[in-house]
Design a protein around this ligand. Structure first.
Ligand code: BV8
Ligand code: ZN
Length: 241
């Protein structure tokens, strides 16, 4: 297997997707071929979907809260937290996952760019708060202050990501330049803007790696190195632990 040699100037940016939590027992999106209970995920994970049927959307997230509460980090998560310990500010993790497993593994230099499953927010007040509750039966939760609808603190399709997150990723890539090592782990590379990180990394002369159990040809073609396999096995070996 290609060895990841990190010199003293290397700066490592990692993007993770659902594949990194698969070995913890969390279903991936493409594993459900983008469907959930016969609904297209894009329809359920969207503001229009929430307006049309808040109870269906809260059922989708409530079931995921129940499932995510029962799983634990796997060696892939732990290897990333360990690498962060070694590299400090020369490391940054952007995750598309909302399951909270990176934080539970000790990752701190981590941006949850698609939101957090265990946080909710009022649509109007817009202040996220920790919330592990499930909401299956009407009435759907409302804000005590303004009676606005409470929604999951998730970035839905058609919604913009937190600009602060995107700025932090861009600044890290710019500062690293050709010392950048970009790793995409367990993501199909279908969803933008996350899927564009590899292109931004190449543009500054960075080295790019894709670690995936079944990489898609289109996405894999944009990487210097492609390691096919399970992240729970590859990451600990790749980081030399
Ligand atoms: C945006 C939260 C600006 C939900 C998610 C038309 C209208 C509006 C927008 C668009 C449009 N056309 C395109 C867009 C942009 C859109 C987009 O990219 N759509 C795609 C579908 C084409 N993006 C957006 O809307 C983003 N916002 O662009 O705002 C804007 C605004 C208005 C109009 C235009 C633009 C918002 C994107 C965020 C959406 N929210 N999640 C939730 O989680 O409930 S995205 C969702 O998909 C998850 O976050 C997930 O992470 C992400 C991607 O999935 P992956 O993580 O990659 O998982 P997947 O199952 O696909 O792949 C798993 C991989 O793991 C596989 O490769 C598999 O082989 C591998 N694997 C499996 N097991 C293992 C493994 N690998 C290693 N080891 C294993 N054991
Ligand atoms: Zn409110």
């Amino acid at each position: 297997m290609d060895k990841l040699k990190l010199d003293a100037q290397a700066r490592v940016l990692v993007l993770t997707g659902a594949g990194v939590s698969a070995e913890s027992g969390v279903p991936t999106f493409r594993g459900m071929n983008g469907l959930w209970e016969g609904n297209r995920v894009e329809d359920v994970a969207s503001p229009t979907g929430f307006r049309a049927d808040p109870q269906l959307v809260w059922r989708f997230y409530s079931l995921r809260r129940e499932a995510a509460a029962k799983v634990s980090p796997n060696p892939g998560h732990l290897a990333l937290a360990d690498l962060e310990q070694r590299l400090g500010e020369r490391f940054l993790l952007a995750t598309q996952n909302v399951d909270g497993l990176h934080a539970r593994s000790g990752s701190r230099r981590m941006l949850a760019i698609h939101g957090e499953l265990f946080q909710s927010r009022c649509e109007r007040c817009n202040v996220p708060f920790a919330d592990a509750q499930t909401y299956f039966a009407a009435p759907m939760p409302r804000c005590e202050k303004c009676q606005g609808a409470i929604r999951p603190h998730i970035v839905w399709f058609g919604e913009t990501l937190d600009p602060a997150h995107l700025e932090q990723v861009d600044a890290f890539i710019e500062a690293a330049g050709e010392h950048l090592v970009f790793l995409a782990v367990g993501t199909s590379g279908l969803v933008y803007p996350a899927a564009g990180m590899v292109d931004a990394s190449r543009a500054v002369g960075g080295t790019t790696w894709l670690i995936d159990a079944a990489p898609s040809d289109e996405y894999a073609a944009r990487f210097d190195h492609v390691l096919r396999g399970r992240s729970g096995e590859i990451l600990p070996a790749l980081f030399g632990r």
